[in-house]
Design a protein around this ligand. Structure first.
Ligand code: IPE
Ligand code: IPE
Ligand code: MG
Length: 242
């Protein structure tokens, strides 16, 4: 399928990726797990570039879940360090390429130094328009919904006034379209608390490839697969009516 055909097919506004399998990638090479996380961050650039080339307006990457704090301390610390080093190394280039960074998640509990780097990165790139890159970091779908509910309750509304749209507006993804396509690498077939509200009608593409091995060609393959899906959103075309 050509890019033109891809674009003409089912509209694709938002791709979200569960970047999984870094640990297994490293273990398979006899390397420490952190080497896998390092290789995983190295893969981000080529996928972001491909997404820009394909004209995808929103890309979300699941980088660290609220449950990932339950990993051994050395791994959590290593992941935080790799995140900070990633920003030091790549932020300038992301900015030059027109990437608008957004955070999905909470900086509460994140080391001050890293939290400040993330805030600075968001501020630096806030006027960029080539693509919105939302990084789900310290993100959990349940925490996302819980926070939205708390904010709505704090506004003192009548229960009947609470709408689907209002909840959507209070989520970390406020203003973003729901993900059309959710990609997960490493063969696992689960959401792992990723965008559980927003994924109501997402299409899925699960691949056995480990995240560091998932390149632009495989990304295109996921999009080609998406373009062939028949999305019905629970409805039926009018001509099928009795
Ligand atoms: C994904 O790789 C990155 C994070 C969850 C932070 P994993 O570390 O989960 O890799 P596997 O699943 O153990 O191979
Ligand atoms: C999901 O992967 C979180 C990220 C990719 C950041 P996990 O490796 O944490 O998920 P589980 O534990 O296999 O469900
Ligand atoms: Mg994993």
């Amino acid at each position: 399928m050509t890019i033109q055909q891809i674009e003409q097919a089912t509209p694709l506004n938002h791709v979200a990726i569960i970047m999984d399998g870094n640990g297994r990638w490293a273990e398979g090479r006899g390397l420490p797990r952190l080497a896998g996380h390092h290789a995983g961050t190295g893969n981000i650039k080529r996928i972001v570039r491909e997404a820009i080339k394909l004209g995808i307006p929103y890309l979300t990457l699941y980088a660290f879940s609220t449950e990932n704090w339950n990993r051994p301390t050395w791994e959590v610390r290593g992941l935080m360090r790799i995140m900070a080093e990633y920003l030091d190394r790549e932020l300038r280039e992301l900015h030059v390429e027109g990437v608008h960074l957004r955070l999905l998640g909470d900086l509460e509990g994140v080391d001050d130094h890293l939290a400040q780097k993330i805030r600075d990165a968001i501020a630096l790139t806030s006027s960029n328009t080539a693509i919105t890159l939302a990084v789900a970091f310290n993100y959990g779908g349940r925490a996302d919904i819980l926070r939205a509910v708390r904010e709505i309750v704090a506004e003192g509304l009548n229960p009947a006034e609470i709408t689907d749209e209002m909840i959507t507006r209070h989520l970390y993804t406020a203003g973003m379209p729901d993900p059309d396509l959710i990609v997960r690498t490493s063969g696992e077939q689960r959401l792992s608390n990723f965008l559980i509200w927003q994924a109501a009608y997402s299409e899925y593409f699960m691949t056995p490839l480990l995240w560091p091995d998932f390149g632009p060609d495989q990304f295109r393959e996921a999009i080609t697969s998406f373009a062939q899906r028949d999305r019905r959103f629970g409805a039926r075309p009018a001509e099928q009516e009795a």
